[in-house]
Design a protein around this ligand. Structure first.
Ligand SMILES: *Cc1c(COP(=O)(O)O)cnc(C)c1O
Length: 421
């Protein structure tokens, strides 16, 4: 970094200081929420250590789940290292709630890629893997409206007597749309519950946690699901997933987590400290990622790139979508992020054909925890409109350095200085 680059950073920070201040306030509010949850649950030193075997009466596990329930405005929670990923946690939710002949409706368009396989969206015959469709569960999705808002009348028109679950996905995944806010999801939930009080509402909360002062259970969701190597793990939780919700929905999910009759009474792990500590740090870490997001959006829009969200837009997830315009720029961008990573900075990622994807994908993830996207990471499919997705960042400073390096690598730094700064 040279003086000109340091000055560029200062300039962007001054220009968007009001946005950064908003994030600081959000961090404070969510830190208060998390801190008071720890106090209400009376978390104590011995809760941080774990158990073995069946884990019957595992106090650390029970306390961790109590704290999660309090933070997320839920009656109960399941928080487990044995949940392999966000997809696994969502599969537990859907298999727990749905029975043969029931219908699942996605209210926010097509589900995230991996969930399409779990559901069996495009599947013609039996998959042999035991997807929801293999078990006779029907599926519909209702697209967002042209203006990217939730199409409540169409959702209500799609619900019928077989509809058991209506699902909302807060973050768009590889779709070029904005993330949805908790309050607009809440308005849709109220309308659905008004006419269909018995339908379960599930929210895929991945990347959304702590980007707002409310969470989906606060606005009436029955079951809210996410990954511990994203926002709520605070970059510290080594693995796992969570489900929070009503007593009834959590109980049904618990029989899929373990087995009917056992539910959430069993499950051991040798150490819970990292999960508690990660949750405690999560509001701060999410705030760092959000600031990094705003900074990157400011830097890239000033050199003519289209970004979503823009610096002053609402940030309802921690993902920044940058429309770069060519395959080579997506590659250069992701390589620059990798070169600015604490782990494997010397490794050059290349596009490759990943299982389950139509086009080649490039991924930069120089992370301490494998695949943790609360840590700074970037990826993008090799197809028009050539969008790079950048998310996470344990420290705001790290994101600033990585963005400056990416601008340099893309040959945009000089241009930025002469054009706009
Ligand atoms: C990350 C993510 C998931 C789950 O992905 P995993 O890699 O299985 O943890 C699901 N939905 C959305 C919107 C996501 O961003």
């Amino acid at each position: 970094m040279n003086e000109m680059q340091w000055n560029t950073i200062k300039h962007i920070e001054r220009q968007w200081s009001a946005e950064f201040a908003k994030v600081d306030h959000l961090i404070d509010r969510n830190q208060e929420k998390v801190l008071s949850a720890f106090a209400s649950a009376k978390v104590t030193d011995s809760d941080l250590s774990g158990s073995t075997g069946y884990g019957l009466g595992d106090r650390g596990r029970e306390q961790l789940e109590k704290v999660y329930a309090l933070v997320f405005g839920a009656e109960e929670a399941i928080v487990r290292p044995s949940i392999a990923s966000g997809t696994h946690a969502l599969a537990i939710a859907y298999f727990g709630l749905l029975r043969p002949g029931d219908t699942l409706i996605y209210a926010t368009g097509e589900p995230y890629d991996t969930l399409q396989t779990v559901i069996g969206v495009d599947q013609e015959e039996k998959s042999g893997q035991g997807t929801l469709r293999d078990f006779g569960v029907h599926f519909h999705s209702v697209a967002l409206k042209q203006d990217e808002t939730i199409d409540v009348p169409s959702i209500l028109a799609t619900i019928d007597a077989s509809t058991k679950v209506v699902a909302f996905q807060r973050s768009p995944g590889y779709a070029w749309r904005r993330a949805l806010s908790v309050s607009e999801i809440g308005i849709a939930i109220a309308k659905i519950k008004h006419t269909y009080p018995d339908v379960y509402v599930v929210v895929d909360n991945c990347y959304g946690e702590f980007t707002d002062v409310v969470e989906p259970c606060d606005v009436g969701a029955d079951l809210v699901v996410g990954s511990l190597i994203k926002n709520p793990g605070g970059g510290i939780a080594p693995t796992g997933g969570y489900l929070v919700g009503t007593k009834n929905a959590i109980e049904l999910a618990s029989y899929r987590l373990t087995a009917p009759g056992i539910g959430s009474e069993m499950g051991s792990y040798e150490q819970y400290r990292l999960f508690f500590q990660g949750l405690f740090l999560a509001p701060h870490v999410v705030g760092q990622a959000l600031k990094g997001n705003i900074f990157a959006a400011a830097a890239f829009t000033s050199v003519g790139m289209d970004c979503a969200p823009q610096p002053s837009d609402a940030h309802d997830d921690i993902v920044l979508r940058i429309r770069l315009g060519s395959a080579i720029q997506v590659v250069q961008f992701c390589q620059a992020i990798q070169q600015s990573s604490p782990i494997d900075a010397h490794v050059l990622p290349e596009p490759w054909l990943m299982p389950g994807y139509q086009d080649e994908v490039i991924m930069a993830a120089g992370t301490f925890i494998q695949g943790a996207s609360i840590e700074l990471s970037a990826d993008g499919p090799m197809r028009p409109p050539y969008v790079a997705y950048m998310q996470g960042g344990l420290t705001f400073s790290h994101v600033k350095l990585a963005v400056m390096h990416a601008l340099e690598k893309l040959g945009l730094l000089e241009q930025g200085l002469t054009l706009k700064w």
